[in-house]
Unconditional design. Structure first.
Lengths: 144, 415
């Protein structure tokens, strides 16, 4: 009996510690940097700490500002994720995503960056909207 | 003399009097597009009652378009209805319904781009994506319009009155309901927003970004998803507005972010989760405002400095003033606080002992929001009392040295 109880308890603790992304809820969640309520599901990002705290953002430049601000030290950050432009429900780890910046894309805080999960979508979009393509590291440089 | 007379005569002959063209099912001209093609500079088009389905109407002439008894222009959920590329245009008395919805292009009922002297007066808008949209324009008026939309998800709906890169605009006496942001200003300068009623919009009643030297007064912002946001702006005057019932975890009566050199005067904040939330803002004068029945009256982040709170009424708020740091560079003076328990021995209506508006427990709640569960418990009451006697956590300097014993009566007092 005691073993079962202990196992359950440990299981519960482990479950509580699980570090996983949360969905971005439009119209309810607010951006941690600019405080605006999230309304455009084509854009958005979240930063998850190793302890499982989730910071949400309405635009990639808000997320990068926060990432560089040191409010949450970089060694505490577990993952950064970005919403996919042509599939807004999907969140993608930032290093695996492809980015396109174009002034014709209007994101909530003027970052104007669309995120894609594969290179084909990216190149098609970049041609259509006259955008410039970026990798995550290049994007970090861009918004420094 | 003779020369002068002949010149006047000549001028008279050249200036053709403006014509009026009647448009309607029973008239010679059946459609608005045809009317616009026939019209000359300065003519008036009178649109008779009826439903007009003409797709996207493009106006490139200075004309006056008057609706008789609100004729309906229907966008059939596909088109932008009226696109204006001309100066000196009047649009009055028309109902616009059912614009198209698009995620990449901003479809509007009326869109004016690069225009001057446009008047949009007394029109009705139902179920439009963007209602009235101005870009790169100046010296225009949006008055007495009624806008109503009711989309369910926010990305399917856009702003009621949307202005981008404009100057010297007037937005007056409009009623805006059910849009994403009721009134949206981005890069709009020297403009006036007055006597509007913005209610039940999904995000903000009024949303300001990078819009310097504007003024908004006598507006009512009621029950919007997240209240009113004024961001990244300097020189804003916010006077005589009502911020009412903006409830929610990310809702603020008024959100001030990165605002400088501004005035917040004689506004009423009632029943909001947070009356005013401010971050990174400095040199703002808060005077003669009334805060009542809010969760937090004012949430002042430590990143704010040189702000002054003077002669405001605070009553029936759960927390009057909350901050998240111990160093405060803001002044709080001569306000009325209903929680003040001091005395006035010399009867000059000013309390004899200072009032500290920041309660200790609010500092804890600021760090651990879930701790608010224990608010109003006996233990918390004891802790707050102890803190009042021996301040340890609350900022020492944040106090009102001359609290008023009576609430101010702003209705009957004048400067």
């Amino acid at each position: 009996m005691k073993t079962i109880f202990t196992t359950l308890l440990i299981g519960l603790i482990l479950a509580a510690c699980d570090v996983k992304p949360e969905p971005l809820v439009m119209g309810k969640d607010a951006c941690h940097t600019c405080k605006m309520t999230l309304v455009d599901d084509k854009f958005g990002a979240e930063i998850i700490t190793k302890k499982g705290k989730v910071y949400k953002f309405d635009d990639l430049n808000c997320a990068i500002n926060f990432y560089n601000s040191g409010i949450e030290p970089k060694e505490n950050i577990s993952t950064c994720m970005a919403a996919v432009y042509n599939n807004p429900k999907q969140l993608l780890t930032v290093t695996q995503a492809f980015y396109c910046q174009s002034d014709l894309v209007k994101s909530p805080m003027g970052g104007n960056v669309a995120t894609f999960s594969n290179k084909d979508d990216l190149e098609k979009f970049a041609r259509e909207w006259k955008g410039k393509t970026f990798t995550w590291n290049e994007l970090l440089e861009q918004f420094k | 003399m003779k020369v002068l007379l002949s010149i006047i005569c000549l001028l008279y002959c050249i200036s053709v009097p403006a014509n009026t063209i009647l448009i309607g099912a029973k008239q010679n001209v059946r459609s608005l597009k045809e009317g616009i093609t026939q019209a000359q500079f300065g003519d008036t088009l009178r649109v008779m009652p009826g439903i007009y389905r003409e797709g996207n109407i493009i106006l490139e002439k200075s004309l006056v378009i008057l609706g008789e008894n609100f004729p309906v222009l229907d966008g059939e959920n596909k088109y932008e209805i009226l696109t204006i590329h001309a100066h000196d245009v009047v649009i009055k008395g028309i109902t616009f319904i059912n614009t198209g919805v698009a995620s990449m292009t901003d479809l509007a009922a009326i869109k004016a781009n690069g225009c001057r002297n446009i008047r949009v007066i007394n029109n009705r808008f139902e179920n439009t994506f963007f209602g009235i949209y101005f870009a790169n324009s100046s010296h225009s008026w949006v008055e007495e319009n009624r806008l109503q939309s009711n989309a369910e998800a926010e990305h399917q709906i856009a702003n009621g009155i949307h202005m981008w890169k404009c100057s010297s605009m007037t937005v007056r006496n409009n009623i805006i309901k059910g849009h994403r942001d009721g009134i949206y200003f981005e890069f709009v300068t020297n403009s006036l927003i007055t006597n509007n009623h913005s209610e039940g919009n999904l995000r903000y009643g009024l949303h300001f970004m990078f819009s310097h030297n504007d003024e908004y007064r006598h507006n009512e912002f009621v029950n919007n998803g997240a209240g009113v946001a004024v961001m990244y702006t300097k020189g804003v005057k916010m006077i005589d507005n009502t911020f009412d019932r903006n409830w929610g975890s990310a809702a603020y009566g008024l959100l001030l972010k990165d605002i400088r050199d501004s005035f917040v005067t004689r506004n009423k904040f009632t029943q909001n989760s947070v009356g005013i939330f401010m971050e990174g803002s400095s040199r703002i004068a808060f005077k003669e405002n009334t805060f009542s029945a809010n969760g937090y009256a004012v949430r002042l982040q430590a990143s704010c400095d040189d702000n002054v709170f003077e002669r405001n009424n605070f009553s029936a708020n759960t927390f009057d003033l909350v901050t998240n740091g111990t160093l405060t560079l803001n002044k709080v003076n001569s306000n009325y606080w209903d929680k003040y328990e001091g005395y006035d021995l010399n009867n000059d209506t000013v309390g004899d002992v200072p009032y500290r508006p920041v309660s200790m427990y609010s500092m804890i709640v600021e760090q651990v929001p879930t701790a608010v569960l224990l608010w109003r418990s006996f233990l918390v009451y004891l802790m707050d009392r102890t803190e009042k006697a021996i301040p340890a956590i609350t900022p020492e300097n944040l106090k009102d040295d001359s609290p008023s014993m009576k609430p101010y009566d702003f209705l009957h007092s004048h400067y």
